[in-house]
Write a protein that binds this ligand. Sequence first.
Ligand code: NDP
Ligand code: OXD
Length: 321
Amino acid sequence: MSDSAATPGPLLIAISGWRPDRWLQLFKERAGGREVFDAREPFDPAAIRFVAAWKPTPGQLVKLPNLKAIFNLGAGVDALLADHSLPDVPICRIVDEDLTKRMSEYVVMQVLMQLRQVEAYRAQQCESRWLPIEQPSASQVRVGIMGMGVLGKDAAEILTRIGFQVSGWSRNRQSGMPFRSFAGENERAAFLAQSDILVVLLPLTPETHGILARPLFEGLARDGVLGGPAIINAGRGGLQNEADILACLADGTLRHATLDVFEAEPLPSASPLWLHPKVQITPHVAADSNPVALVDVVLGNIARFEKDGVLSHVVDRKTGY
Ligand code: NDP
Ligand code: OXD
């Protein structure tokens, strides 16, 4: 049992880039007797036991001498781990049905848009053209998912139910799943060679940085019914080489790219990706962290830790996810 079992440990909310006021309001409303501090206001660093954070200022958390754990308010912890001064306490990430369902909605919508040729029909509509295009069935299309974690598996299960031929690639082999599992570097080429639509739900780590580059795109299936490979990246922008994506779209190595995440966010207005006819852009919204659902997830994790000393969804700092 933690030393703070009797008195709930004060919580600091350190958020940049999102709407901190909404998170703060909900944390304060739902924290019971726990004190909640706003990192933008003065507070006593020695009082803080827990931090709920999204992209805190580098160097901010090392100043908290009595910190017990950090709660990342999203699934990916790359921004947090980029702070090399981060104190040596457990980091928990978000695993929650609300976030998972949002990502699956996004992935399934984007895959179906590819299957049902939505962009081609939109272009025809702009010209008032009535021109049915031959329509393959889902069972003729192979979807490969890179990153078969919490999010990848859920999307894979739904796409399988719809009828797509789904496979996944991860570090460790998945077993007992209704889709084919490829594992590790040795099986990556075989995985890519049978993927018509590549969905990327990898975390950004030193191993995955820049993985979405020309050599990988050249390995995708070229014999599929959609007429060329498409990629959908909803993982992290640091996974992709945007110059290679543009070059591969230009020479036909890629047929289409759907990008929710970018090397630099917000995507600079001068980026040629914005107006590219073969690129679909969303502004890092594939699966928003919804405070209404997630504040209780964090508070529940802290309460269990204070009662039993057990934390859920602790990140492995060695692998970086
Ligand atoms: P998980 O940690 O549950 O899953 C990560 C998966 O990636 C695992 O299957 C893991 O393999 C695999 N993986 C990691 N490194 C490698 C590697 N080097 N080679 C092969 N496979 C690897 O993460 P989540 O599913 O919860 O989230 C995935 C990512 O999605 C997040 O890290 C975040 O970046 C992104 N995200 C984006 C959002 C958006 O709005 N765009 C919202 C939420 C998340 P193994 O299973 O073998 O460990
Ligand atoms: C996340 C995100 O990692 O929103 O949760 O990107």
